[in-house]
Design a protein around this ligand. Structure first.
Ligand code: C5P
Length: 221
């Protein structure tokens, strides 16, 4: 498994982050959450009072950023230029601006280059929106996790509010559906590219998704 790369894409609420971490843990691989990298750049921009829409300023920030990110699937931690943003990157104020940061071609070029370096080192599960298509299109295992809108909203409501009552669902729906629509303009992560195995997780529990992913890994290596 020393050179194995497992590439996993999916929309918000597809369950890809928790599934990727578990799969990496089971296989003894590292795990790279690429969304956390875009979120860290967005959080640093907000922290410095940089307008997320100021493309040149955000690109300069991304290129110069010293990013320390844990790839241990059991331990989440993201530090950008000495600022620990592990908790901040999950805040709604960051989720609200991250798509704008991620749409910036210069930011993408910088972060994709860093992600490819991690893929080249191997022994890693990498998850995001463009991993199967752009970052690691030659990975031996490439998966797309999909889920219908209802399932995605319910999962995110549980994550964000610890509840899936009507109010939590309503608060989550707008932010998720809008962010997915914006992100999908950059990379189509609703359709599996050639050779990518799609797993529809809508009606599967967490352990079932993990098992399905592991089955694909076992079949391909
Ligand atoms: O996966 P997560 O929801 O944390 O990703 C946060 C944001 O980062 C996404 O909404 C998207 O704008 C961006 N992203 C991206 N490409 C990736 C991973 C995330 O553009 N590979």
């Amino acid at each position: 498994l020393a050179s194995l790369v497992v590439a996993i894409d999916g929309s918000s609420g597809s369950g890809k982050s928790s599934v990727s971490r578990r799969v990496a843990g089971v296989l003894g691989l590292a795990c790279l959450d690429t969304g956390a990298m875009y979120r860290a750049v967005a959080a640093a921009a907000l922290d410095r009072g940089i307008d997320p829409g100021d493309g040149a300023a955000v690109a300069a920030l991304a290129r110069a950023a010293h990013l320390e990110q844990s790839t241990d699937p059991a331990h989440e931690s993201v530090v950008i230029d000495g600022l620990d943003v592990t908790a901040a990157i999950r805040e709604p104020r960051v989720s609200a601006v991250v798509s704008e940061v991620a749409r910036n071609p210069e930011v993408r070029a910088e972060l994709v280059a860093r992600q490819r370096a991690v893929a080249e080192a191997g022994a890693v599960v990498i998850e995001g929106r463009d991993i199967t298509t752009v970052v690691a299109p030659d990975a031996p295992v490439r998966l797309l996790l999909t889920a219908d809108a209802e399932a995605r909203v319910a999962r995110r409501a549980q994550e964000l509010h610890g509840a899936s009552d009507a109010a939590a669902l309503a608060a989550t729906r707008d932010s998720i559906v809008e962010r997915d629509a914006r992100d999908a303009q950059v990379n189509d992560f609703f359709t599996a590219a050639d050779g990518v195995v799609e797993i529809d997780t809508s009606r599967l529990g967490f352990d079932e998704v993990v098992d399905a992913v592991l089955q694909v890994v076992v079949a391909r290596v």
